[in-house]
Design a protein around this ligand. Structure first.
Ligand SMILES: O=C(O)CCC(=O)C(=O)O
Length: 273
């Protein structure tokens, strides 16, 4: 299979609107992917009760089949087209979502370019938990995006509408579809059930010079998941040279994680006392 290359129009669409929907991109392997998703939770002994979101971070690292998504010429090519072929894999989450997710950006930065690849494993519609996005809201240096950023947290007071009434695009999806979006983009989901299965892969461009600090900071944030290695042994041990391109910068700059994790643990302990 050839590495996917986005057309220049698709790249421009992504630059302007902040997302791209790719219907059926992994439809041929979605059954394997979904089986692996379920296996991860079983192996953890995690039973999702349906009252609050269940989440595992990092997620794709937990199963060899999911690790291989980083080698899939469609996923690798998609992210490579947007961030450069030497992009970093920097974390993933697997979820059973419960109910709504309110409007937010995952990050609000221009230091590094970030994208999230999202896989919804059930058919989801506008009012049943599909991803909604506000096209163009990622362009944080522009006044429109700033205005949305300032006001969206108080949409009822500012605009007279609750989150579900905010003007947005609903990216309805079927299993096998893929959505990729800029971390700065405002996104949300409304009306989902109590067992909405989805997982994501986060990637950033390879840091150069001063950007390495931003990569290290992004690594530090993962201490709150009580980990001191960004990748599982499975992820690293099953990596060929192509996958290693996407792991090597993080592997070279995660030495501060044990200290960050110890700090996080101390804060947790202090909070409980
Ligand atoms: O599907 C959802 O509930 C929202 C997903 C989301 O906010 C995210 O992955 O960043």
């Amino acid at each position: 299979m050839e590495r996917l290359r986005l057309a220049k129009e698709q790249k421009q669409f992504f630059a302007t609107f902040g997302y791209l929907a790719l219907p059926g991109l992994v439809a041929d392997v979605i059954d394997e992917i979904t089986a692996a998703f379920e296996q991860v939770w079983r192996d953890r002994g995690h039973v999702h009760e349906g009252e609050q979101r269940s989440m595992i971070v990092p997620f794709i690292d937990q199963h060899e089949r999911l690790c291989r998504l980083l080698d899939d010429p469609r996923i690798e090519g998609l992210v490579g087209s947007l961030l450069g072929d030497d992009f970093n894999y920097l974390g993933s989450d697997g979820n059973f979502y419960v109910g709504d997710t309110q409007w937010h950006s995952d990050r609000w930065t221009t230091e590094l370019r970030w994208v999230k690849v999202a896989f919804y494993l059930d058919a989801v519609g506008r009012d049943t938990g599909c991803l909604r996005v506000i096209p163009g809201s990622h362009r944080l240096q522009e006044s429109y995006a700033q205005k949305v950023q300032e006001e969206i947290g108080a949409s009822a007071e500012m605009w007279g509408v609750e989150g579900a009434g905010v003007p947005a695009l609903a990216l309805e999806s079927e299993p096998g579809d893929v959505v990729v979006f800029n971390h700065n983009l405002k996104h949300a989901a409304f009306g989902g059930g109590t067992r909405r299965r989805m997982f994501t892969i986060n990637c950033c461009e390879r840091g150069v010079g001063a950007q390495i600090e931003a990569v290290k900071e992004a690594i530090s944030i993962h201490a709150k998941y009580d980990i001191e290695q960004m990748y599982s042994q499975t992820m690293v041990q099953t990596a060929g040279p192509e996958r290693m391109v996407h792991l090597e910068q993080v592997l070279a700059h995660q030495g501060h994680m044990p200290e960050e994790r110890a700090k996080w643990r101390a804060e947790q302990a202090a909070r409980q006392n």
